[in-house]
Design a protein around this ligand. Sequence first.
Ligand code: MN
Length: 307
Amino acid sequence: MHDTEVEILTARDVPLGGPRAMTVRRTLPQRSRTLIGAWCFADHYGPDEVAESGGMDVAPHPHTGLQTVSWLFSGEIEHRDSLGSHAIVRPGELNLMTGGHGISHTEVSTPGTTVLHGVQLWVALPEEHRHTERDFRHHAPEPVRLHGAELRVFLGTLAGDTSPVPTFTPLLGAELLLDAGATLTLTVDAAFEHGLLVDEGTVLVDGARVRPAELGYVGTGHETLTLTNESDRRARAVLLGGTPFDERIVMWWNFIGRSHQDIVEARDAWEQASERFGHVDGYPGDRLPAPILPNAALTPRGNPPRG
Ligand code: MN
């Protein structure tokens, strides 16, 4: 049994904040879907002319209960975190930061960046690992070349390539390039649900049309995914997958917890400059203050029941 329907999730525009801030296209979370596997946040941005937008400049801010994935198509971002990591995020290279119990970091587009274009993704950590230690991993996957397509597998396994970067739940993350008119049938894990986030071109996913900035969701029970690039130029997309994440989570600002109280504690720790989140060296500015919590208690959310 599987759902044959492909669900099309459309993006909403979200300004990242600040006077000359970039606007991103957010497809996760949304009302109808909180997670795909453990993927719980998907922001897609650009191509953004940095001369006009000012690029990316995110001051020190905290995370808990999640991992962040920065994946670029163009431009470069300088990453610093309270683990002491200092990395340049480049196109086609995975930079995975594990927040665990607490981390803080900064993200600034480099002076040489003229066009910024990519995705920012979050992975929810399962209950037993959500207070794990801070971590940072880098991996530059070798492109997998297939007939009419090129893949970069940054997490999990696809088309015979496996990322060496471990995950806390079974996950897949890959960039796909499809030549104009090409059709690609991928063997996938039937225990996974998948989402195809299209960047450029129009891609049919098992016959359903997914346009740029949309995310096409396919439930579990599929042993293959068939993708066709309908456009007359190359298409680019990011394929996300994982086993359904059955825990209910509370997401607020940069935190993931299980309860309103978890969020209150994380927020208080950040506001008190607690060692929980550590300190980022090398950023020439102030840390981001946490927003005010809403009056109503935050309630845990999960996906709609699977049928
Ligand atoms: Mn962040």
